[in-house]
Design a binder for this molecule. Sequence first.
Ligand SMILES: C[S@@+](CC[C@H](N)C(=O)[O-])C[C@H]1O[C@@H](n2cnc3c(N)ncnc32)[C@H](O)[C@@H]1O
Length: 220
Amino acid sequence: MADESSRRGDSYGTEAILEFVHKVHSGHDEFLQRAFDAPALHDMPPIQVSPSEGKLLGLLIRLSGAKKVVEVGTLAGYSALWIARHLPPEGHIWTIELEPKHVDVAQSTLKAAGVADRVTILEGPALGILEILVKHGPFDAVFVDADKGNYDHYGRWAAKNLRVGGLLVADNAFYFKGLMDDTPEAAAMRRFHQETARAFDSVCIPTPDGMVVGLLKLRS
Ligand SMILES: C[S@@+](CC[C@H](N)C(=O)[O-])C[C@H]1O[C@@H](n2cnc3c(N)ncnc32)[C@H](O)[C@@H]1O
């Protein structure tokens, strides 16, 4: 039988362990399951956060007391549903999505889950929509989960439009193992890390693809 250190060094039991902890701590009711299954059902890329990441996001929203939240990258509304469920009754999330089909699927997912009144889905390229959203700020939390080559822009927008102490969360911060590559997108992601670490009290949690979490120090 393998000792503890050799078991830690390989992937023994990893899938079963993940399935167990997702289910025990971050279990789905029918609406979360519907949102999670929607991309595969509707021929969309199944690139939503994991159940544990979704629950973590929800807990961070609740812990930070966030009422006004912006999400960049809706897909089918899975992470938006986790966020919406952890907002106070007067809370609101504006979520931005480029693809009309994703918007349609997310709209029906979120309506079925009974949170449509606290979620606004905005269709279009995030860089433009964020400028329109400025008038609703300052915000309490921003979750970035869209095109990786623009993460530096999204981070800068968050530093300008969050309240001091506001929460920034960004998924895929390891850029699918390509963070240190010699590409413009990888360079943008490295800039995002560096600028975020200056403006926020931040950490990059080594989730499977890296998740940055930060609290804004000073508005820029
Ligand atoms: C990783 S998925 C979002 C997953 C979602 N946050 C979740 O966990 O359920 C990224 C989404 O961002 C959208 N997207 C990509 N580039 C975008 C852009 N420039 N503006 C707005 N949305 C964009 C994609 O169409 C896709 O639906």
